[in-house]
Design a binder for this molecule. Structure first.
Ligand code: HEM
Length: 164
């Protein structure tokens, strides 16, 4: 039991810190996406002709890191879920816990919104592979949407940095 508690605390700290990595990578993808979108529009370029530019290569690389990190964050989140005493207690006393904002947040709102976020990141990946002409417009829109989801779906009331 003590071992499980230690594992939970370690994973929770990693989960806490990885959120910042996600935000940094998302900000970079947003900046690069807007820059390429402006560059593409100004020079009337097709998606294909952008492929050899440095901007394209850097955006693709940062997005790839974001994709990996978000998927890892999900695996950690799904591991935390059945270990969390808050969540387990919540499911065991459903009728009362659903009325408690913080418990309901971790039982339902947080995981559901984060699954939506994962879907959006996978959608961007799909558009990138399909070489969509409007890719940078779509990427910018979807990343802004992701920021809004993170703003609402991440427990900002918890410690900003958790170091065990
Ligand atoms: C990009 C995706 C995600 C981000 C950015 C994120 C972020 C966070 C943050 C910042 C915390 C608070 C950590 C702390 O208290 O120090 C947290 C807690 C938690 N998250 Fe996530 N999360 C994500 C995805 C998920 C998913 C998909 C699940 C579950 C299916 C999940 C389950 C949990 C649980 C169970 C807790 C801890 C509840 C407790 O303290 O008992 N997370 N998350």
């Amino acid at each position: 039991m003590v071992v499980m508690e230690i594992i939970f605390q370690i994973l929770l700290s990693i989960h806490n810190l990885v959120r910042w990595l996600i935000l940094i990578l998302m900000s970079l993808v947003l900046i690069y996406g807007i820059l390429i979108w402006i560059y593409q529009k100004k020079n009337q370029l097709s998606f294909k002709s952008l492929e050899n530019t440095n901007l394209f290569k850097i955006n693709k690389k940062i997005f790839f890191y974001l994709f990996i990190v978000i998927n890892i964050q999900f695996l950690i989140g799904f591991t935390l879920y059945p270990l969390s005493t808050l969540v387990i207690g919540g499911w065991n006393h459903l009728s009362e816990s659903i009325k408690v904002k913080e418990v309901r947040f971790f039982m339902v709102e947080h995981p559901v919104l984060m699954v939506v976020l994962l879907g959006i990141i996978h959608a961007i990946n799909g558009y990138l592979k399909k070489e969509n002409e409007n890719f940078y417009k779509i990427q910018t829109f979807l990343i802004v949407l992701s920021f809004l989801i993170i703003l609402y779906g991440v427990p900002w009331f918890r410690p900003i940095f958790r170091l065990l």
